[in-house]
Design a protein around this ligand. Structure first.
Ligand code: C5P
Length: 220
């Protein structure tokens, strides 16, 4: 079959990463975590002492970090200037600042270009997860999914992933990040008009995976 391009968008804690990886693995497709790329550029900025309250300072260095994503769904990788940053990009320090960096148009232009070139070179097709994949990055994707879940369910899932974190604080941080991501001017978090919305609140991960696999198979 021809290369199939699947866009999976939605707010944090809806199961985007787990679903996207499993669907890609099951169907033999590549996988791209675009949130990891925004986290990686944020990590570089923090590491280089860039003032993240200054959008023009961020814009001025938007092209400096060399970000490379490995797209095997069974072991996706991310490096910045050759350094493995898979761990450091998940710290609270990066998570709490990534929305400020990802709102800067020069950053988005740069990362979007990278995403399009990765998708174009995926010979068997790719599952790309993020916030603006269906609306902006890959508007011609064969299938667009928009995952949602209640804030309570999302916070509970995130707290489960981050050992020792408290659910209330996690929920507040999640809601704040989604608000920033949804209200920015340049390609905000949004459901594409032609996306299929899947509310995962009362579904198991396995059910969500099966639902998306079925939708992809219908497109092939
Ligand atoms: O998916 P994840 O939570 O790792 O994404 C981290 C952040 O990266 C988001 O909160 C958002 O600010 C940014 N992001 C984005 N566009 C994407 C993917 C992520 O702006 N396509």
């Amino acid at each position: 079959p021809a290369a199939v391009i699947v866009a999976i968008d939605g707010p944090s804690g809806t199961g985007k990463s787990s679903t996207s990886k499993a669907v890609a693995a099951q169907l033999g497709l590549s996988y791209l975590d675009t949130g990891a790329q925004y986290r990686a550029i944020t990590w570089w900025m923090v590491n280089n002492g860039i003032d993240l309250s200054d959008a023009s300072a961020i814009a001025a260095v938007a092209g400096k970090a060399d970000i490379v994503s490995g797209t095997d769904p069974s072991g996706p990788t991310i490096t910045v200037d050759g350094t493995d940053v898979a761990g450091p990009i998940r710290t609270t320090e990066v998570t709490s600042q990534v929305s400020a960096v990802s709102a800067v148009p020069e950053v988005r232009a740069r990362i979007t270009e990278l995403q399009r070139s990765i998708a174009a070179s995926a010979e068997k097709g790719i599952v790309v997860e993020g916030r603006d994949i269906g609306t902006t990055v890959l508007p011609d994707a064969d299938l667009k999914i928009f995952l949602t879940a209640s804030p309570e369910a999302r916070a509970a899932r995130r707290s489960g992933e981050l050992k020792g974190s408290d659910v209330k604080a996690t929920q507040e941080a999640l809601v704040a990040r989604d608000k920033a991501d949804s209200s920015r001017k340049t390609s905000p978090l949004a459901k594409a008009g032609d996306a299929v919305e899947v509310d995962t609140t009362d579904l198991t991960l396995q059910q969500v995976i099966e639902c998306v696999v079925t939708l992809v198979e219908e497109k092939r």
